[in-house]
Design a protein around this ligand. Structure first.
Ligand code: TXA
Ligand code: MG
Length: 339
């Protein structure tokens, strides 16, 4: 049985943090909230503890984990040096949803954290509870998203339970994650730095601070250094997902045709598209506020597994600003397929 420990932003959560940290120091795993998604954490210096993360998630061993810290001084313990552009970006965007890939100091972290690479991803979350917990722990915490490998990332403690109940001892429940998409990942060990995964810290925000970057469309697929995890299937609900431009007048007819063939449709979209043909509607918010859409997307994809549907049609968004990160996740969920 997994124990769910509830905390709130206004209370004194010391006892709860103590429970989680004792558990980490014993070499166990525990899930905790961040502003992006829930993470499944373990002591990044302890290889046996880190192995339990891979085991609980069913995660391939060649997919490295990112390390979470509360203070920049902690970097000295496991980073060889911090490149100038990384310093600039960390100054502006930390704490927050930016993961920096940095050169790893050999022999400091458990080797399975970085899947034997010479680099490691580091992130300082801004979520109040994550910050207090990591501060309390004082040790680097390795944490991927707290979902089963291949499923959408969890944005609530109950999503974590859906995937990992009985497989992990603890979840710290701090309410829903506000950003809802995983952190932006930038590799600062190459020059110019490379954007490996788009997120709510957008390419535009980053280039205004560190200048030119590669990745995200500027380089050909094969040349671009990639986050190893990006090659795996992701965010996939049980029924197939198709992307659709819902403002396109032909969409209505396509949805009707599917229904005529006896297919039950789940439509994932903002409320203004509710009049389109569907059998189940999963709302991504009242308006086209991409921040709200992002925070609701993974919950909507997960909810589809509890509905009796044959196909999931998801609204596509323009690839601008936060739209890049949204479409990156949606394209993966759909395997690139359109209606
Ligand atoms: O918002 C987030 O980043 C969340 C929360 C919990 O912090 N974490 C998260 O972790 O999304 P995960 O493991 O689900 O995704 C991390 C990605 C993976 O695709 C992994 O391959 C990549 O980061 N990654 C980790 N270390 C890397 C490295 N040294 N070089 C390149 N990519 C790396
Ligand atoms: Mg993940």
């Amino acid at each position: 049985m997994t124990k769910c420990v509830h905390v709130d932003r206004n209370g004194d959560n010391t006892k709860s943090y103590q429970q989680i940290v004792d558990n980490w120091l014993k070499g166990e795993v525990a899930a905790f909230p961040t502003e992006t998604v829930y993470g499944l954490g373990a002591d990044a210096r302890n290889a046996e503890a880190v192995a339990k993360i891979f085991h609980a998630k069913g995660r391939p061993a060649d997919n490295p984990l990112i390390v979470h810290i509360a203070r920049t001084q902690q970097l000295q313990g496991f980073i060889e040096f911090v490149p100038e552009k990384a310093k600039l970006a960390m100054d502006i965007f930390w704490p927050g949803p930016l993961t920096a890939i940095l050169p790893l100091k050999k022999g400091t972290l458990a080797p399975n954290v970085s899947a034997e690479l010479s680099t490691v991803g580091v992130r300082m979350p801004s979520h109040l509870i994550a910050r207090e917990l990591l501060q309390f722990a004082g040790i680097p915490i390795a944490a991927p998203s707290a979902n089963s490998s291949g499923k959408p990332s969890p944005t609530t403690a109950s999503h974590v339970l859906e995937d990992l109940d009985g497989r992990i001892p603890y979840i710290l429940d701090g309410g829903p994650s506000s950003a809802g998409l995983e952190s932006t990942i930038v590799d600062f060990t190459v020059e110019p730095p490379a954007l490996l995964r788009p997120g709510s810290i957008t390419e535009e925000m980053l280039t205004s601070v560190i200048g030119e970057m590669t990745g995200a469309g500027t380089l050909k697929e094969q040349q671009a250094p990639k986050a190893p995890g990006m090659k795996y299937t992701h965010y996939a609900p049980d029924a197939p997902v198709r992307l659709a431009n819902l403002d396109d007048p032909s969409t209505k007819g396509k949805l009707r045709d599917l229904q005529k063939q006896g297919k039950r449709i789940a439509l994932i979209a903002t409320n203004r598209h509710q009049a389109l043909p569907h059998d189940e509607f999963l709302s991504l918010g009242l308006t086209d506020d991409l921040q709200v859409v992002s925070s609701q997307l993974f919950a909507a994809l997960r909810a589809c597994n509890k509905l009796n549907v044959d196909i999931i049609v998801a609204e596509a968004y323009p690839k601008e600003g936060l739209g890049h990160a949204l479409m990156n996740r949606l394209e993966k969920a759909a395997g690139g397929a359109w209606l």
